[in-house]
Design a protein around this ligand. Sequence first.
Ligand SMILES: *[C@@H]1O[C@H](CO)[C@@H](O)[C@H](O)[C@H]1NC(C)=O
Ligand SMILES: *[C@@H]1O[C@H](CO)[C@@H](O)[C@H](O)[C@H]1NC(C)=O
Ligand SMILES: *[C@@H]1O[C@H](CO)[C@@H](O)[C@H](O)[C@H]1NC(C)=O
Length: 387
Amino acid sequence: MKRQLLIFLLTLALASASSVIVRTFSDNEVERFNHLVVDKNTGRVYIGAVNRLYQLSPALDLVIAEKTGPEYDAFECSASECSAGVQKKLTDNVNKALVIDYTTTRLIACGSLFQGICSVRNLHNISDGTQEVREAVVANNATASTVAFIAPGPPNPPVTQVMYVGVTYTVPEGFGTSGSSYRSEIPAVSSRSLDKDKMFQIAQMAVTTGTRMFVNSLARERYLINYVYGFSSEGFSYFLTTQMKHSISSQYVSKLVRVCQDDENYYSYTEIPIDCTSDLQGGRNYNLVQAAYVAKPGSDLASDLGITAQDDVLYAVFSESDPSHSNQPSDLSALCVYSLKAIRRKFMQNIRNCFNGSGQRGLDFISTSYACVPTVSCLFFHITISL
Ligand SMILES: *[C@@H]1O[C@H](CO)[C@@H](O)[C@H](O)[C@H]1NC(C)=O
Ligand SMILES: *[C@@H]1O[C@H](CO)[C@@H](O)[C@H](O)[C@H]1NC(C)=O
Ligand SMILES: *[C@@H]1O[C@H](CO)[C@@H](O)[C@H](O)[C@H]1NC(C)=O
């Protein structure tokens, strides 16, 4: 999509920033911290790390350190069981998702062990009364991406909340296509129930449809989709991804994926490419999104973007591809700012183009591609359109 008005070179922004460290927390025993969330009501801080979960006070004092790994596991084991002959080895538990469910005041933590399962924890005490759910939800190795966030969804939005999850498909080294049938059952994008009777199950399921989207089985090993960020805005849930431009190509692009929150079958699943280009420096194309955040603009930015201070804005940092590894970022980066209003307009425009035949049906990699068939309410078209 077209660049929206503002591009700041990140280096300029950083050069003028100065900071004072007030408090620190560290643990030398732990290889890496993966995620951090702050409870907006209590100020408590939760950290998901390799083999640890931490609960800190608002002043960053350690309250609880919970050990989550390593444990004996194997790629061939399902989330809940393992046949007798399988050779298991001691495996790290890398935190893959950490979200606060404010509706039920619980912490949801998902790790890479046991096909990527999640646990539900007490926000007051993350070791007390933990419920572990043996359902494969997130990526099951150290590096493959996962994005999770809670937003309205079926069966009854906006009253019901679900967990939206985007997961990179994984193949273990040395296993080839026969790797693990368990991974092929995990959708690339899904909405998972937070109802305690069907915790983390696909929120709505039918034989071939439901709140889930798979990558075509013929393409999913070559065509890895990297999920970078996810957010909810005005009735839609979005994911920012990086992926190959075509299924046979080595060029990478960033895309914005969108589903309508009251769509029980993901018929509204759509994608548009998202660009961050600069007119300076001979028209650089920062093609790989690295990190993003959705928030409200200040009044100056709002007026520059032609929106109000109550509208949502997407702030995203992009990098140029490394010349020799096109899916890896180089040192060059830029911050691009988009109004969600402009993004919605772009999705609409693409959908309209699709109707009158000027949309391109790319997407050889999505399993079921319906034609542009509108159904009820919130614009349901199961199609992906590239520019
Ligand atoms: C948290 O819960 C565990 C298990 O019930 C208990 O042993 C521990 O003392 C509690 N910690 C705090 C800080 O309350
Ligand atoms: C994890 O999965 C990703 C995506 O399939 C793959 O590229 C990577 O090599 C895997 N890492 C390991 C350690 O198996
Ligand atoms: C289809 O509609 C779009 C937007 O309404 C317009 O820009 C485009 O030119 C139309 N294409 C055709 C082939 O009519």
